[in-house]
Design a protein around this ligand. Structure first.
Ligand code: C5P
Length: 230
């Protein structure tokens, strides 16, 4: 079937934790996070839309790439993107994850076409532990956490992006969340909370999210390797 695909890129974050200005505009080896995210969808998506911070709403974008104003939260930015999207299928991908391969995009599309919703998910590599509940914890006096319960790491995934959906499905899930005052850090979670299936597509450690200053150093070093391979 010839369904149109819209790639939606929330890029309106302030980058507060990174401390380098709006995060999507930070460059790695001479190319911004946003440029990197956009380039992963060229040739695959029929439409690319980015959500930008107000300060950068008029910035230059590659030919054909559309823009919307971002919101106060990621969730609001995605809502604005969804309202602008025209494809029957949408792929939502954080600008903060610059190292995206075409293979991952294809695998996400394939899974969502079967299930209706899909997210990239990285199987845990480390041993995973829930910290102990601390009795008598007081505000501002949090002792160092201690080992609580061991989790079965073979069943735990870290959720990444891209995430893909039939547009009507994710639009409805966002509208429900807004009505019910539910906030989420990703979009697949809004579908899962309605009891609907979300396929997990094997992720990749290179899809890490550039969040803190240490991530930037790692991303800058890795960008050189990535760009040489490209
Ligand atoms: O804040 P965090 O790093 O988790 O943001 C994930 C993605 O959501 C980033 O690409 C960021 O630019 C985007 N975002 C947005 N609008 C906001 C907050 C974050 O588009 N208000």
């Amino acid at each position: 079937v010839n369904t149109r695909v819209s790639a939606l890129i929330p890029a309106a974050g302030s980058g507060e934790r990174l401390g380098m200005g709006p995060k999507a505009l930070v460059a790695l080896n001479g190319k911004t996070l946003l440029e990197r995210a956009i380039s992963a969808f060229i040739g695959i998506a029929d439409e690319i839309i980015v959500a930008l911070p107000e300060s950068h709403l008029e910035m230059a974008l590659p030919d054909g790439v559309k823009r919307v104003l971002g919101g106060l939260s990621r969730q609001e930015s995605v809502q604005n993107l969804l309202e602008a999207a025209t494809g029957e299928i949408v792929l939502i991908h954080d600008a903060a994850r610059p190292f995206l391969t075409i293979e991952i995009v294809r695998a996400t599309l394939e899974a969502l076409r079967e299930v209706g919703a899909a997210t990239v998910a990285l199987p845990a590599a480390d041993t995973l532990v829930l910290e102990d509940d601390v009795p008598g914890e007081r505000a501002g006096h949090r002792p160092a956490p201690t080992w609580g319960t061991l989790l079965d790491r073979t069943k735990v995934h870290a959720i990444q992006t891209p995430q893909g959906f039939r547009r009507e499905l994710i639009l409805g899930a966002h509208q429900r969340a807004k009505l019910e005052g539910v906030t989420a850090t990703d979009d697949a979670g809004l579908v899962a909370r309605l009891g609907l299936p979300v396929a997990l597509v094997t992720g990749d450690p290179r899809l890490f999210k550039v969040t803190r200053p240490g991530d930037y150093a790692l991303a800058e070093a890795f960008a050189r390797v990535w760009d040489e391979e490209a």
